[in-house]
Design a protein around this ligand. Structure first.
Ligand SMILES: Cc1ncc(COP(=O)(O)O)c(C=O)c1O
Length: 439
């Protein structure tokens, strides 16, 4: 049994993984062209360049319309606004996601209601959604998280039964498909993030898909300062702000989209290999296959750390720290149960909708979604998409590192107290602490 790197041994791997984001000389040439055109902004909206890109993006996902927007959080807010979700309305969101899925709801004056997740997908559990529906519920926002899709069959059926809208948060799912239908084209609207870590990126940015002309026109108005849409068939007047993405950013997206199918396929192939290599590894559970996923997409590869009951084993956070020391970038507390996150700061004082027409204000400290909490604080381990873009040996290194840590669980468990300082921190949290030290 070789000594763990976290305890002074030799790491499984010293070589870095593939860099991200990726670009090539064609991207640079095109960017230069746009710079030289002196058309850098996002007006008129959508610009001819944006309209061309959006046509390609919508076609890839089987949707009729796409529009660009400044980021994925704003994409969710304008999607909800388009559907008329407003003050005091309830919107069901998964308890396990990036905080922005829920804070976007708050920003619209609506009330996020957290539903629990399915332990096999880490996406919304339809049964928990059913239980969360009230007379105030207006919409459901399923998130296609990491490498799985929410159970859209069940969620679309629930939404139809209760006359609810569905906004798919596809921040992790560019290029993915469920029963042959592209991410974001199944619900009423689909939103994407183009933030730097995402599967396609313009540094920051977002995209919205819809199949309905009425929504497409409303979105144009909301994103472009309230101006009428280009075709304006519905003549809807709304208060809009400036959420336009710039042509400088759009310029980068053509290459990102061109590369997406090949990279998606490579990540999927390597993810399948890792699942195969991890089969039978004690204390490790890989997510079961999801047959409805006809085009798998991997923003992250997630597996579950589940040591056998009674086996001496360290906490998940120390497992993650040990794996990272072996040269494998990873995280445990990648997401929190949102209602327990520092960033989800929602009180009746700063969000009056939580108290509006209620005997008691919504109190998020009373939320309890056990599967989400288990994922966030006990069992999930996240590997990043760029680790899946290299060669087969990279994946064999990842599997070897996981197996090395698993073989050493007992040793590590004995060190649990000694390594307590790093134990409670995931990678993102450690980065936050490091950054905070610099202020
Ligand atoms: C699931 C999810 N939803 C929404 C967002 C928000 O996107 P953005 O960071 O572009 O605002 C993100 C991105 O971090 C995300 O991961």
């Amino acid at each position: 049994m070789s000594k763990l790197a976290i305890l002074g041994g030799e790491p499984v791997r010293r070589a870095p993984f593939q860099p991200w984001p990726q670009f090539d000389s064609a991207d640079l040439e095109f960017l230069q062209k746009v710079v030289e055109s002196r058309h850098w902004g996002g007006y008129p909206y959508p610009t001819p360049l944006a309209a061309k890109f959006c046509e390609d993006f919508a076609a890839m996902h089987g949707a009729r319309y796409a529009l660009p927007v400044v980021n994925g959080t704003v994409a969710i807010t304008v999607a909800l606004q388009t559907l008329g979700v407003g003050f005091g309305d309830e919107v069901i969101v998964p308890a396990y996601t990036w905080d922005g899925t829920a804070t976007a709801v708050l920003a619209m004056g609506a009330v996020p209601i957290f539903a629990d997740i399915d332990p096999d997908t880490y996406c919304l559990d339809p049964e928990s959604v059913r239980q969360a529906i009230t007379a105030r519920t207006k919409a459901i926002v399923p998130v296609h998280l990491a490498m799985r899709f929410a159970d859209m069959d069940a969620l679309v059926e629930i939404a139809a039964q209760h006359h609810l809208f569905v906004v798919e948060d596809c921040a992790h799912a560019h290029g993915g498909a469920y029963r042959g239908r592209g991410a974001g084209s199944i619900g009423d609207l689909g939103t994407f993030s183009l933030q730097e870590s995402k599967l396609m990126t313009s540094g920051e940015g977002g995209l919205i898909l819809t199949n309905q002309l009425e929504h497409y026109e409303a979105l144009q108005t909301l994103i472009n300062c309230g101006r009428a849409s280009l075709t304006d068939q519905f003549g809807k007047r709304m208060l809009g702000l400036n959420y336009r993405l710039t042509d400088l950013q759009i310029a980068l997206l053509f290459g990102q989209l061109r590369r997406l199918p090949e990279l998606r396929e490579k990540r999927a192939r390597h993810a399948a290999l890792l699942t195969e290599l991890l089969a039978g590894t004690p204390a490790i559970r890989t997510l079961p296959p999801q047959p409805a996923l006809t085009s798998p997409t991997h923003y992250c590869y997630v597996f579950q750390y589940r040591p056998a009951a009674g086996q001496p084993a360290p906490h998940r956070d120390l497992f993650v720290a040990a794996l990272e020391a072996e040269g494998i970038p990873c995280d445990g507390r990648f997401y929190e149960a949102v209602y327990r996150s520092d960033l989800f700061y929602a009180t009746p004082q700063n969000c009056p909708q939580l108290a509006w027409q209620r005997a008691e204000p919504v109190d998020y400290s009373q939320c309890h979604c056990p599967v989400a909490e288990c994922a966030a604080y006990e069992e999930s381990v996240w590997l990043f998409q760029f680790e899946f873009l290299g060669c087969e040996q990279d994946i064999r290194d990842i599997a070897a590192a996981i197996q090395k840590v698993v073989e050493n669980l007992e040793v590590l468990a004995r060190q649990d107290a000694a390594l307590a300082g790093i134990k409670a921190m995931g990678r993102a949290q450690r980065a936050r602490v490091e950054r905070a030290k610099n202020y």
